[in-house]
Design a protein around this ligand. Structure first.
Ligand code: PLP
Length: 509
């Protein structure tokens, strides 16, 4: 009898074909009735001289073919709706469907960005309320919703810092260095460079926090800012934050809070109270949005009084009569605003989802979400220890963590001959998206796990058991099993360097 796998081969081959290789000339998904109005392409609407000789070479497919094609592609993806996605630093929490319904309401989804503010009062009110909520959560009084991502918020923050110093020095020497810890996310130094300033690295101490002595040695009159995330990318809250703020402010610099890790501290501690001057939020992480697949993001910033005059324009304002408007006041001649950061006001759909999240949880609910995120991470850490994983994958720093933790795969590589990348690939065969690998850079063979508050205890147990099983398998059957993984995914081990350096993003016909 022919083995089933051979029978499946023609089908698999068919599925692997691109949409351009499918169909046949003249095949159609849907036939429109004849037009009884002038045809686009007729001389009256589009004169001959503007037309291309040849129609574009689009694929000609039937409706079932096109439906199967795209449904098939969607099934080849791993996403948060199909399984556990503990991608450290990315906060892949569940996106409530209620928020999608709210964002899809025609009043939101069909609103034109050039709509007269008088006729978009509901949307402006939502944005104003969101600004207010973000001031409360951050402990800083002024918000701009414009930035489109965390990294865009960082750019806004560094430009604000530069404007702040230029204003204070009035033509004098402006500090041009920005300090970033060696645990910082890559976007921090990249942003600094993009803004035309110089990056200076600050070392991490043996507890995983900022090395205070190194900070003191580097904090001088040339320093414009220190960018920090707290808890940091090791999943640890820096207990020296007040001292750090004093050192930074002592040399006249600003303190910037990378809010990507806010999921650990919402409603528990506020960056403004810790002494930060500028904060960015990743609405698409902490406040739920479908992300990670290239969906739109949102990285609003909140700032202190002394930085507020430089905020981008427009901001959303409320007049004395209670009506809402777009305030360009800061953008007028003589004002100090850094100007516009993008077209229109920001990614509005993200505002609706984030606001729905904040309203449905309320202050206590946000706090509860953060506490549960921290509890889940520590539970998973304890389960991994219990399953005997710590011998090969020890915690890189500390004993407990905040909402995420970083393990070192150094001993695993040495003893079992499998690298963190092999473990990550093998996890796919167990139905789990791998955690973040090889970040932060200072941890050997790093594995950064962020379970989030929306996962059940059973899922966390199953994940811990999968890691333990992969290690047992390497110890008994040898490293090859993990080294050649994954086996069950639509594509096997990819050349990730070539994919990143020489991406083939166009179909060659
Ligand atoms: C710690 C940290 N900072 C900044 C960013 C940048 O955020 P975004 O991806 O929204 O640009 C990330 C993103 O993963 C992050 O984890």
């Amino acid at each position: 009898m022919t083995p089933v796998t051979d029978l499946e081969l023609p089908l698999q081959r068919e599925r692997a074909r691109t949409i351009f290789q499918k169909g046949a000339p003249g095949r159609r998904a849907f036939l429109c009735p004849e037009l009884d109005v002038p045809r686009i392409g007729s001389d009256e609407l589009l004169p001959e001289r503007f037309r291309r000789g040849e129609p574009p070479r689009l694929s000609e497919v039937s409706e079932p073919e096109i439906v199967r094609h795209y449904v098939g592609l969607s099934k080849r993806n791993f996403d948060l709706d199909s399984g556990f996605y503990p991608l450290g630093s990315c906060t892949m929490k569940h996106n409530p469907r209620l928020h999608e319904r709210a964002a899809a309401l025609p009043g939101h989804s069909r609103l034109h960005p050039l709509q007269d503010p008088e006729r978009a009062q509901g949307a402006l009110e939502l944005m104003w309320n969101l600004q207010e909520a973000l001031t409360e959560i951050s402990g800083l009084p002024h918000v701009s919703l414009q930035p489109s991502a965390g990294s865009h918020g960082e750019l806004a923050g560094v430009l604000l810092t530069r404007a702040f110093h230029e204003d204070r020095r009035e033509g004098g020497r402006v500090p041009n260095k920005v300090l970033t810890p060696d645990t910082a996310h890559g976007t921090n130094p990249a942003t600094v460079t993009m803004a035309g300033l110089e990056v200076v690295k600050v070392a991490t101490d043996e507890h995983g926090g900022v090395d205070i002595e190194d900070l003191r040695a580097k904090a001088d009159a040339d320093v414009a800012c220190l960018m920090l995330t707290n808890p940091n990318t090791l999943g640890l809250f820096d207990p020296n934050i007040v001292e750090i703020a004093e050192i930074v402010h002592g040399v006249g610099a600003t303190l910037y809070y990378d809010g990507a890790n806010l999921n650990a501290v919402m409603g528990l501690s506020r960056p403004g109270d810790m002494g930060f001057d500028i904060v960015h939020f990743n609405l698409h992480k902490s406040f739920t949005q479908p992300h990670g697949g290239g969906g739109p993001g949102s990285g609003p910033i909140a700032v202190s009084d002394r930085v507020a005059p430089f905020l981008p324009v427009p901001t959303v304002s409320r007049g004395e009569n209670g009506s809402f408007d777009l305030d360009y006041g800061r953008g007028q001649v003589g004002s100090k605003s850094i100007g516009r950061l993008r077209g229109f006001q920001g990614n509005y759909g993200c505002f609706v989802r984030a606001y729905a999240y904040i309203c449905s949880l309320g202050g206590d609910g946000l706090k509860d979400a953060s506490e549960t995120a921290v509890l889940n991470a520590n539970y998973l850490l304890a389960r991994l220890k219990e399953a005997g994983v710590a011998e090969y994958l020890p915690l890189a720093y500390g004993e407990l963590c905040m909402h995420e933790f970083v393990l070192s795969g150094g001993p695993m590589k040495k003893e079992l001959k499998i690298k963190t990348l092999d473990l990550a690939k093998r996890l796919l065969d167990f139905g789990f998206h791998p955690p973040t690998v090889y970040f932060p850079l200072l941890v050997e063979e790093a594995l950064m796990v962020e379970p989030t508050e929306t996962e059940t205890r059973e899922t966390l147990d199953a994940f811990a058991e999968a890691i333990a099983q992969i290690l047992r398998e390497a110890a008994t059957d040898g490293p090859e099993v993990a080294q050649n993984a994954p086996y069950t995914t639509p594509v096997r081990r990819l050349d990730e360097v070539a994919a990143a350096k020489h991406p083939l993003i166009r179909q060659v016909l």
